[in-house]
Unconditional design. Structure first.
Length: 274
């Protein structure tokens, strides 16, 4: 296997192990290999044999056997029931027990990749100070709480990424959307892909007219949004999410997106030069 695939598998093994609160010795016992084997795989210096890879997929209910191609993993939803009793091992400073989830880490993954590329040192300090394991961004369907979102988007504002400038970011969605990204030949597909995300707090609606789409807020999420200190930035990023996906997929050239509020707190229109 290539070095890139080895590195991807390394982070997926470590992310899975850390989420499940397992030491390498416990993890290796479940997979029927030595601790040394797991150590080498997590260091990226060894690739697992095919049999070990499929054992890993079955043991931890990994949804996509080709997840190593995009540095992201998804668990069966039942895996996240533990958050309501024990919290998240990858973000122990945040209260997951209340279940006030706003979206999944998939929504943050493009921003994570952007920050690692452009603000590596300050972002590393931010993660360390808040005891956030980077592995949480590699588990694409890990629930994210309003408290976590507020803290994350506050960091963005500290680095001069605000509600207005978020439209100008050059984001990559290859890791967030995985293999689906390669199939997005037309913008219509993008909306079906985005709306498949079961914890999305917005419904994205394609328009019959070029250069626009609509967004509806699921009413149950309105109290969560109003509780956010960084609600303007959080909302604008999410309202522009399809625009950024289309731009990353090169189905549009992408320029000058504008958000219009159609119905207060419930419906918006985004227009852009197509």
């Amino acid at each position: 296997m290539s070095k890139e695939i080895n590195n991807s598998i390394a982070i997926l093994f470590k992310s899975t192990r850390r989420f499940h609160r397992l030491q390498q010795t416990e993890f290796s016992a479940i997979l029927g290999v030595t601790q040394g084997t797991i150590s080498k795989i997590e260091a990226g210096s060894m690739s697992p044999e095919l049999g070990l890879w499929f054992k890993f997929l079955r043991a931890f209910n990994i949804q996509d056997p080709y997840c190593f191609t995009y540095y992201g993993v998804e668990f069966n939803e039942n895996a996240f029931q533990v958050l309501k009793t024990e919290g998240s091992s990858l973000a122990p400073n945040f209260d997951f027990k209340k279940g006030n989830y706003i979206f999944s880490s998939r929504k943050l993954r493009p921003l994570y990749d952007f920050l690692v590329k452009n603000h590596a040192k300050t972002f590393e300090t931010f993660l360390k100070d808040n005891k956030i394991g980077k592995e949480i961004f590699f588990i694409l369907n890990h629930p994210i709480t309003t408290e976590f979102a507020d803290k994350f988007f506050s960091f963005l504002e500290e680095n001069k990424i605000n509600a207005k400038s978020v439209a100008l970011l050059d984001l990559n969605f290859e890791h967030a959307l995985g293999r689906q990204m390669k199939d997005l030949a037309v913008s219509a597909d993008i909306f079906s892909v985005i709306n498949e995300d079961s914890d999305t707090f917005l419904d994205y609606e394609m328009s019959d007219n070029k250069g626009e789409y609509f967004i509806n807020l699921k009413k149950k999420n309105l109290p969560f949004i109003r509780s956010l200190e960084k609600s303007d930035l959080v909302m604008n990023y999410n309202l522009l999410y399809p625009y950024h996906v289309m731009k990353s997929a090169k189905t549009i050239k992408g320029s000058n997106p504008v958000i219009h509020e159609v119905k207060k707190d419930q419906r918006w229109q985004v227009t852009y030069a197509s």
